[in-house]
Design a protein around this ligand. Structure first.
Ligand SMILES: [Zn+2]
Length: 255
């Protein structure tokens, strides 16, 4: 399992980082996690051909994670895609994603390739490809919105546990509180990717420090975070300094 960061930025648009997104490569299947604003240009920058991507996974519908989707699908069509595209999204968001595409004049039966919109449920292990699976659990990132419009919109935002054979990767996604870091505490975690915008770095360390994780990688980083990151790393033990790092666009590692 290889992970490559396409973007490591926060919702604040930056000249140094694209919005948060990474690519999982498992036995020649490429799954892109999130497709926020600017994702097509981010992939171009990393020299990832659009049509080498087999599947997309959308964590939630904030624009820094989602709003590049329509233009990315247009790129795939313009580059004469033939192979199927899978889009994994929480089942409560399926209709909203389909509507968003249709309102961008993307009609699923006119693409020239098959687009499978696949809904996932909480705690229902989904097979992506061969040995690659994921487990999604709803977190509290969008909970504060529920008071605005509970009837019409879904406020689903998920955290994920990706698995391939015996190895796993926990991706926090965008979270709402410290508690969300413990969402998969019933699993042994090998690798962890944590966002750092909605949580203190010290709290991330506290949540995972007892675990025997191999690597903890920070993402969702704004330009203003550089001071807090360097202060944090200065306070780390030599052992933790070896296994904790802040990702940059293009950084990749093997699970
Ligand atoms: Zn975000």
């Amino acid at each position: 399992l290889e992970i490559k960061f396409i973007g490591t930025g926060s919702a604040v648009t930056s000249l140094k980082r694209f919005h948060s997104s990474f690519l999982i490569n498992s036995e020649n299947y490429r799954l892109l996690v999130d497709a926020g604003d600017g994702i097509s240009k981010a992939l171009l920058t990393r020299k990832i051909p659009y049509n080498s991507i087999n599947g997309l996974l959308i964590t939630h519908l904030h624009p820094d994670h989602f709003s590049g989707l329509a233009l990315l699908i247009i790129q795939m069509k313009l580059f004469k895609r033939k192979r199927n595209l899978q889009i994994f999204v929480h089942k409560s968001l399926k209709d909203e994603v389909r509507n968003f595409l249709e309102k961008s004049y993307i009609f699923l039966d006119q693409l020239g390739f098959k687009l499978d919109l696949i809904g996932f449920k909480n705690d229902d292990e989904k097979i992506v490809h061969k040995n690659l699976t994921f487990l999604a659990r709803n977190n509290s990132h969008l909970k504060s919105y529920e008071k605005f419009d509970k009837n019409r919109l879904s406020f689903s935002c998920s955290s994920f546990l990706f698995k391939e054979n015996e190895k796993n990767l926990f991706y926090t996604g965008d979270i709402g509180s410290r508690k969300d870091l413990n969402i998969f505490s019933d699993h042994k975690l090998n690798f962890i990717i944590s966002e750092i915008t909605h949580i203190k770095l010290e709290d991330i360390l506290k949540a995972f420090t007892k675990l025997k994780f191999q690597k903890l990688i920070f993402t969702h980083i704004s330009d203003n975070d550089s001071q807090k990151i360097s202060d944090f790393f200065r306070g780390l033990s030599p052992q933790n300094r070896k296994r904790i790092l802040a990702a940059k666009d293009g950084y990749s590692f093997k699970v």
